[in-house]
Design a protein. Structure first.
Length: 271
């Protein structure tokens, strides 16, 4: 399996994805912004189609368009403070409408299907380099802004009172979300990308540890999900994105079941 260059590229990309997605996802989940990740995942499809239409790198197109949509969400939060779902509907209408219009126009020089479902055959060395660069920059930015982002994740209003530049950091954060999404679309695909951002974090939260340990376990679960999904999907000859999502759900169910059994056994031992 690893004798094929495209599988080597896919494995390297998957390693970066498995680290970057939960690093972003843990902040999205704690801020109850999981659906924003899903919205931006679908927004990336518009960026992909724009890139393909102009014969540019679709991953770069996804990154730019998703970053714009992320900034738009942050901007609209000031006008629809109590209606986050309405903001997501606006961005979805813009992005999905753009994607469908371009696809139906017949101006695409290639199919966008592989980006919707994920395909290990389409991962090129150029994509791999772009993924590595965006991932490294994103992780370094997260490390640099770690304390401010943790503060904002738990209490944004208190962070603002304490002097944290919440507006600027939120814009930077949405660019990081765009980065995580754009580097993942080749392998995972647009339709199930949000699962790789949220589900490993949801699994790690079942362990009820501190923030840093939750982040570490999120990365570990993400690696298990993506690598297992990639390997098995190769032998089953199915789209890696969909199967990885199924693996993520299966792992979450196992951890939840193990937690319930442990809690029951602990309760019985006290009797």
């Amino acid at each position: 399996m690893l004798s094929y260059p495209f599988m080597q590229n896919a494995f390297l990309v998957s390693i970066f994805i498995s680290v970057l997605c939960p690093c972003i996802g843990v902040f999205l989940v704690l801020r109850r912004y999981s659906m924003i990740g899903d919205t931006l995942s679908h927004a990336s499809l518009a960026g992909i189609t724009i890139g393909l239409m102009y014969d540019k790198n679709p991953v770069l197109g996804a990154f730019i368009f998703t970053s714009i949509c992320g900034a738009l969400i942050e901007f609209l939060r000031k006008y629809f403070k109590k209606y986050t779902d309405l903001i997501l509907s606006i961005v979805l209408a813009l992005s999905v409408g753009t994607a469908i219009t371009i696809i139906s126009s017949g101006k695409l020089h290639t199919s966008a299907d592989s980006f919707m479902f994920g395909s290990i055959l389409t991962v090129t060395k150029t994509d791999m380099v772009m993924v590595m660069v965006l991932s490294v920059i994103s992780v370094l930015t997260l490390v640099f802004l770690y304390h401010q982002m943790v503060y904002i994740a738990f209490d944004e209003e208190a962070a603002k009172v304490a002097g944290v530049k919440t507006g600027l950091i939120n814009y930077v954060f949405f660019v990081l979300v765009a980065s995580a999404i754009s580097v993942s679309i080749r392998i995972v695909g647009v339709l199930v990308l949000s699962s790789m951002i949220a589900l490993p974090v949801a699994t790690a939260l079942q362990l009820e540890t501190g923030f840093k340990k939750t982040l570490i376990f999120s990365i570990l679960f993400s690696m298990v999900d993506i690598m297992t999904g990639l390997i098995i999907s190769y032998y089953l000859n199915v789209a890696p994105g969909g199967f990885t999502a199924l693996v993520s759900v299966f792992v979450l169910i196992i951890v939840m079941a193990a937690k319930a059994i442990h809690s029951r056994a602990k309760a019985v031992s006290k009797i």
